[in-house]
Design a binder for this molecule. Structure first.
Ligand code: CA
Length: 444
């Protein structure tokens, strides 16, 4: 078992970077963050590993060629030269921690490697505005959980008023296997899916473009390291498998979903597109924002022993604020800013990331570097923390009003959904996740 790092000098809120834009206190990417992405320069096809600092990207291929990573072990150096984050993820969390610690010393004011790096700035830094940010890893498998009890209860009440929360919910971290091939990066447009739906409870279904297109605000959990097939991941070691966190929008066609989901769960209502944010905030960068696991109601069962230990109870959750906004085509044409639909916090998840990882591997399922786990819709207890339109509009019964006079039950063509995430608390530097956005395009 490796101990959690706790906070160290890389989290010091007084650190500043010689990259000026990183010192904006309201920015997402200060020196205390240093998230990873895969990006492509406008002038070439080859993807590269990058690290965000302010409005710049540290080009790890160039930085490695320039000798900036010579103090790292050769396997880590090679991983930083590769075409995606999978190689670094395969090495594991401790190596990613070493990279972040070194880059902090390269980019902070007065850092041990700051002068040498600043001399190379034109070679190793590129403005984020001049690169394309990609899906950060080649995703072998994508699993989506259902870890907000508030989302599960509200959705359950809409579909099964007499029996909203199924009896397994408080015992099992519920999930289903999603589709890795249709995970797209932020800014990719999302085509409205065609599918089979049935109006009412009788009669034949029809085929056509979904009339119930929705978003779901989720936390993305990126897996590192590997366990052999047949080998479980004990809870005490689960955090070694968490490379970092990002944002995820699980686009969902509710009308297709409600017709197809029984008995085996969602299928084509989800697999047409899932958008992820390009930046992965490492679990180590999030150390100042650890939180106790969800406080269960007095009458709820405690987790079974394989999903329970003191460390996870005390520090297993993350304190991340997630916000969803919408900007319709009319709003854009009228110059109106995006309208906030919800803000919620990942502390309201009933299960911690470590519990989800441990449960996932408890049957011997092998989790591989680059695997993507979604948390499920991160809804909280209050009305303004309902993190999808299904909940906000009560399945279309209560349309939401938008600036400019429009209303929405579900998404229309041209609507853009923007998900943002950040962490802030006294005594720590604010860090952010960037954005996860996509515009709905006509389908059919
Ligand atoms: Ca979902």
């Amino acid at each position: 078992m490796i101990e959690r790092t706790r906070t160290d000098d890389t989290h010091d809120p007084t650190l500043r970077s010689w990259v000026d834009s990183a010192n904006d206190a309201s920015g997402d990417f200060p020196i205390q963050n240093l998230p990873f992405a895969t990006f492509r320069h406008d002038f070439e096809e080859r993807p590269r590993v990058g690290i965000a600092i302010g409005d710049q990207v540290l080009d790890c291929l160039e930085a490695g060629r320039a000798g900036c990573f010579d103090s790292l072990n050769p396997a880590v150096r090679d991983a930083l030269q590769s075409w995606s984050l999978n190689a670094l993820m395969a090495l594991g969390r401790a190596d990613a921690r070493d990279v972040r610690a070194l880059v902090s010393r390269m980019l902070r004011e007065g850092g041990a490697h700051a002068e040498a790096t600043e001399r190379l700035r034109d070679r190793v830094l590129v403005p984020a505005s001049r690169v394309s940010l990609l899906v950060p890893a080649e995703i072998g498998d994508y699993t989506d959980f259902y870890a907000s009890i508030f989302h599960a209860s509200r959705v359950g009440a809409l579909f099964r008023p007499d029996n909203p929360l199924l009896p397994n919910y408080k015992w099992v971290p519920i999930g289903y296997h999603g589709r890795a091939s249709s995970v797209v990066a932020s800014e990719a447009s999302v085509r409205r899916p065609v599918g089979q739906t049935r109006k009412g409870s009788e009669g034949a279904p029809a085929v056509g473009p979904s009339a119930g297109l929705d978003y779901e605000v989720e936390l993305a959990m990126w897996v590192c390291g590997q366990n052999a097939l047949g080998e479980a991941v004990p809870l005490a070691r689960a955090e070694e498998r968490l490379f970092g966190l990002g944002l995820l929008n699980d686009w969902s066609a509710r009308d297709i979903q409600s017709w197809e989901y029984q008995p085996l769960g969602p299928f084509l209502s989800k697999s047409f597109a899932t958008t992820v944010s390009p930046w992965i905030v490492t679990a180590d960068a999030l150390e100042p924002f650890r939180a106790p696991a969800f406080t269960r109601d007095a009458g709820d069962p405690q987790p079974l022993p394989y999903l329970d230990d003191g460390n996870d109870r005390a520090h297993g959750a993350f304190d991340v604020i997630l916000e969803a906004s919408i900007c319709t085509e009319l709003m854009r044409a009228s110059g109106l800013p995006p309208h906030r639909l919800s803000a919620s916090n990942t502390r309201s998840l009933y299960w911690t990331p470590a519990q989800m990882i441990t449960h996932h591997a408890s049957n011997g399922c092998n989790l591989r570097p680059g695997d993507l786990l979604g948390s499920g819709t991160v809804s909280g207890p209050t009305d303004d923390s309902r993190a999808c339109l299904l909940e906000i509009t009560r399945r279309g019964a209560e349309p939401v009003s938008l600036p400019g006079g429009e209303t929405r039950t579900f998404l229309q063509d041209g609507d853009e959904v923007i998900v943002r995430g950040w962490c802030e608390r006294d005594g720590a530097a604010r860090i952010g996740f960037g954005e996860c956005r996509g515009v709905v395009r006509a389908g059919g």
